[in-house]
Design a protein around this ligand. Structure first.
Ligand SMILES: *Cc1c(COP(=O)(O)O)cnc(C)c1O
Length: 430
């Protein structure tokens, strides 16, 4: 399968090249030249397929000949070595828990899949690759954990000092081996600016091979299609109309949901639930796309003012606004509403949602108000323990650390502090 650039000024590339490049030379996102339909029998007889078999069927055409069947299957086995339980919350409302991976956020699947693909492509190379990534929290942890121990790949993570949660900092700084953390005296934007400068600095790129693990990379984006099939597989009643509500920031996850729908998964409608960053809810009112400055919220992994993957959703619908409206609703919720939902659901059902999942829950409730005979799934994208400082005061209860977090909280943080680009450069060239 070939991938083209959404800016249409760069040549088409194979899956392999799209993964290695990340973004096209004309700065466009890569998009598959066609979206294959899956054999209808597979979704009709979904009980006969394991998660890994489903995942393989969904992604094989996109990968094409770049990874042979046996190797792709083993990459998938390795990527999906944890559970994705569907939990009933209320009548007709289910929660798909995507946080059972090593860093307890849904980005683990994309991070692990991409790491294993890059490692596969890098096998015959003798030079090492350095993955350089700036993080505001979850991305760095998922990428670091995904690449941990992968031969021929070094990972360097930049994070803003004092601006990630305690759990997130431990996840970034205690892995060791091929993972190094740089604690930057500055903001996330400063980290990102340094990374961008490094990619343009020929003194660096002439001497080491740099790669980005950005969320727009097709190897991080496409595996998220699997979640929607995993949810469908676990539903007791698959005859009712099914809708998904996805807490959205950069819109990669929901865009992967639309891909799953295009493959043939019977999904009736999507809800893109956002926090106060309401560029897409605004767009869905009148079809005018206006990026905004991002505002800080308690669901901070979704504080995005210009969601990079939304253009891929528009491409799926050939930019037909009426068609998009038929398939997508989008609502924005305040921090007050988010806390209220966390509290209400906890009081009534005992279930603890994290702030991101709570936004997804709110979106689903809003949509279902006007719909009969419909069941809905909202995606829970992070374990509440990752946002302890928000969740505990709301539910008035301590959240015990799960084993993967308990294990790292006692480990010693190892990070070098930097404050300028020259320090980063010296570090890379060392
Ligand atoms: C990244 C992230 C999101 C947003 O996902 P997108 O694919 O960028 O829309 C939601 N919740 C959590 C916990 C995240 O880390």
């Amino acid at each position: 399968m070939q991938f083209y650039s959404l800016n249409h000024s760069s040549p088409k590339v194979s899956f392999k090249e799209a993964v290695i490049k990340g973004i096209a030379p004309d700065k466009g996102l890569y998009f598959p030249e066609r979206i294959p339909k899956i054999d209808k029998k597979i979704f009709d007889r979904i009980d006969d397929y394991s998660h890994q078999e489903l995942a393989y069927e969904m992604i094989k055409e996109f990968v094409g000949d770049d990874i042979p069947e046996a190797d792709l299957k083993s990459i998938i086995e390795d990527t999906l070595n944890f559970d994705f339980p569907l939990v009933p919350i209320e009548e007709g409302i289910f929660c798909l828990e995507l946080f059972h991976g090593p860093t307890m956020a849904f980005k683990d699947v994309g991070g692990r899949f991409m790491a294993r693909c890059l490692s596969y492509f890098n096998k015959k190379q003798t030079t090492e690759v350095t993955v350089l990534v700036a993080t505001s929290g979850d991305t760095g942890g998922a990428v670091a954990s995904g690449f941990l121990g992968v031969k021929g790949v070094n990972v360097l993570i930049l994070y803003p000092s004092g601006k990630v949660s305690a759990v997130q900092e431990k996840q970034l700084t205690t892995l060791g081996q091929n993972i190094k953390a740089l604690e930057v005296d500055g903001t996330f934007d400063d980290c990102q600016a340094m990374v961008k400068t490094a990619f343009l600095d020929t003194e660096i790129t002439d001497s080491i091979q740099l790669t980005s693990a950005n969320s727009i990379n097709v190897a991080r984006w496409l595996p998220q299609m699997f979640y929607f099939a995993f949810a469908f597989k676990q539903l007791k009643d698959r005859s009712k109309k099914l809708v998904f509500s996805t807490p959205s920031g950069n819109f990669g996850n929901i865009c992967a949901g639309f891909m799953a729908q295009q493959l043939g998964l019977p999904i009736h409608h999507f809800i893109a639930a956002t926090n106060a960053n309401r560029v897409v809810p605004n767009f869905m009112l009148n079809g005018v796309y206006e990026p905004l400055k991002s505002v800080a919220t308690i669901s901070n992994a979704m504080d995005v003012g210009d969601p990079s993957n939304f253009i891929r959703i528009r491409e799926i619908f050939k930019d037909n606004f009426k068609q998009l409206q038929k398939n997508l609703s989008s609502y924005s919720f305040s921090d007050y509403q988010t806390r209220e939902a966390m509290q209400d659901v906890h009081t009534e059902t005992g279930y603890v949602m994290d702030p991101h999942g709570a936004v997804g829950y709110l979106g689903l409730k809003q949509y279902l108000k006007e719909q009969k005979k419909t069941q809905g799934v909202f995606l829970e994208t992070a374990h509440p323990v990752k946002f302890l400082d928000v969740v505990e005061p709301v539910i008035q209860k301590r959240i015990p650390f799960p084993p993967q977090i308990e294990e790292i909280m006692d480990r010693k943080k190892v990070a070098d502090s930097i404050s300028t680009y020259d320090e980063l450069k010296a570090f890379l060239l060392k």
